[in-house]
Design a binder for this molecule. Structure first.
Ligand code: NAG
Ligand code: NAG
Ligand code: NAG
Ligand code: NAG
Ligand code: NAG
Ligand code: ZN
Ligand code: ZN
Length: 494
């Protein structure tokens, strides 16, 4: 029980009151509380050793091809444009003027009542306090993007659809939000390919994603069956069985190009079902390797999508380290990685495992649509080298748009503004892993650039001023593409 309290305070402040599931997991558990802490909380437990936490995925017996840096496309080559939407967190109960200081994890809702002081009232289009996205703001964004839909080719949609009222979400509530969001995507983007990934908030309760060997009343099939049905609007029939099993899939939208969508809830330390057995849940990473090996054999380039960035503190160490090895092994073909979850606009560079100094990959964490907590709202476009024979499918630039919520609420109207282009803002030559590694070096040397990054990290909600702690946090995160690895930050010059 001590462990449950720890989890409640260190990992996830919001899952109290849902104890039957946690108790079921603890009943099945073969670990001591210290071992559990090592898995879930990481090195902060003092003794992170755990026998079950140390597992290695097996790679096929095919030698790794010599690393080949991406070749820049010839000027005028065709490009793909990809819209990335993440963490919409749509709140069906949002009410303008309701109490935004309600003392709960989520406010600005009908049930919160009207505050005595109007300055405590929820903004018309959203609010910087603990509030999620109102339907009218979400639809305004979708309408704008719908009008531009001929300017982009695909949508990467990386999860977290429900609001943060995590103390009061039933399975039916979650399914309703899923269906509502899917119907909005179909309405505003008819015929447009959408490639979704599953967020951690889609579970009921939040973060709860039992592996397939959990059957009966706790089985996750209530969600995965519904996902399979919803996602079949965009995905081919032959991937549906895998979505039902594990909520991940792969598709090839063009010859030579493959998308792999992962279910990162199997690396989420808040997913207490993982404590029963953390070893490659549902065989997802084994499947990932098999899929990448076939892609390598077929000469394909690959984009990987998911919700939780694999370097996130909340991604279980063994999963995260194995994923890092996968990115190293398949660095020649993994041309892009797209994540969400943190709500902050950031990136993480992967390095070679031997020296941790040669960049081999980069993962983008897109800004959230929701303003939760204390952010402006945003979305992202990537310009990608494709579609022609021999395209690298590397990201050539990205552009981020945002909604200045304070301004919108004062003006009484919504204006989505261009926020920045990565290439222009950071004066980058290209957006290859080596360019991002170089940007980290520039940010270590030049505080102005770091403060620009820090401003954009929070979607321009403040100036970006950054003290030592802040600088260390920003820089260390960019180098941390695997979790629980202090050595990645040991030679940072802050
Ligand atoms: C996994 O691989 C690492 C690095 O090669 C090794 O140190 C570790 O002992 C391996 N763990 C297991 C359980 O085989
Ligand atoms: C309302 O709240 C604002 C901001 O917290 C405060 O400055 C103001 O004095 C409050 N007004 C009343 C009548 O309490
Ligand atoms: C929980 O949700 C239901 C239905 O959405 C609502 O009627 C009820 O007031 C909520 N309870 C709390 C404690 O928020
Ligand atoms: C944990 O899962 C792995 C992979 O499915 C399996 O090989 C192993 O036997 C399981 N361990 C336990 C203790 O159940
Ligand atoms: C830091 O970067 C800014 C913005 O690119 C540039 O104007 C400035 O000259 C740089 N400062 C130094 C000392 O290089
Ligand atoms: Zn989220
Ligand atoms: Zn999330």
């Amino acid at each position: 029980m001590r462990f449950v309290v720890r989890l409640g305070t260190d990992c996830n402040p919001t899952f109290g009151g849902k104890s039957p599931e946690i108790l079921t997991v603890l009943d099945t558990l073969v670990l001591s509380p210290d071992e559990v802490c090592g898995i879930v909380v990481g090195p902060n437990c003092g003794d992170p050793y755990n026998p079950l936490d140390n597992w290695n995925v097996t790679f096929p017996n095919v030698p790794q091809p010599a690393p080949v840096p991406p070749i820049p496309p010839k000027p005028g080559s065709p490009t793909l444009r990809v819209l990335h939407l993440s963490d919409t967190h749509y709140d069906a109960h949002y009410k303008a003027g309701s109490n935004a200081n309600c003392g709960e994890p989520l406010c600005c809702r009908q049930d919160d009542g009207v505050p005595a002081n109007t300055s405590d009232g929820a903004g018309k289009f959203g609010d910087y306090r603990n509030c999620d996205t109102p339907l009218w703001t979400l639809e305004n964004m979708l309408q704008k993007l719908s009008a531009e839909k001929d300017t982009f080719d695909f949508i990467y949609w990386t999860g977290d659809l429900p609001a943060h009222d995590v103390w009061n979400q039933t399975r039916q509530d979650q399914l309703n939000i899923l269906q509502h969001m899917v119907s909005l995507m179909l309405k505003y983007f008819p015929g447009k390919p959408v490639f979704p990934s599953l967020g951690n908030h889609e579970g009921a309760p939040v973060n709860s994603f039992p592996p397939p060997y959990i059957t009966g009343k706790y089985s996750i099939s209530w969600l995965y069956d519904a996902l399979a049905q919803s996602w079949s609007n965009w995905l081919p029939k032959d991937v549906i069985a895998l979505v039902q099993k594990g909520a991940y899939y792969t598709v090839s939208p063009h010859p030579g190009f493959r998308i792999i969508s992962l279910n990162t809830n199997y690396c989420n330390s808040g997913n207490w079902w993982m404590l029963i057995n953390t070893t490659d849940p549902t065989g997802e990473l084994t499947w990932l390797i098999k899929t990448l090996q076939s892609a390598e054999n077929a000469g394909e380039k690959v984009h990987i999508l998911g919700h939780i960035p694999p370097g996130d503190q909340g991604c279980l160490k063994a999963w995260s380290w194995n994923y890092y090895r996968v990115v190293n092994r398949y660095q020649n073909i993994i041309a892009g990685q797209f994540y969400g979850h943190t709500h902050y606009d950031s990136f993480q560079v992967f390095y070679d495992e031997t020296t941790l100094s040669k960049p081999v990959g980069v993962a983008y964490t897109a800004p959230s649509v929701t303003s939760y907590p204390g952010l402006n709202m945003g979305y992202r476009f990537y310009t990608v080298d494709g579609v022609y024979k021999g395209s690298s499918y590397q990201v050539l630039d990205h552009e981020t748009f945002f909604l200045n919520l304070a301004k919108a609420n004062v003006e009484g109207k919504i204006t989505w503004e261009f926020e920045y282009s990565a290439k222009a803002t950071y004066k980058m030559k290209s957006l290859y892993p080596s360019d991002w590694d170089n940007l980290i070096k520039v940010m270590m040397a030049n505080q102005t650039v770091l403060e620009t990054y820090n401003r954009l990290y929070f979607k321009s909600v403040h100036s970006g001023a950054c003290d030592y702690t802040c600088r260390y946090a920003r820089l260390c995160e960019t180098r941390s593409a695997r979790s629980s690895d202090p050595s990645l930050c040991k030679d940072l010059k802050v």
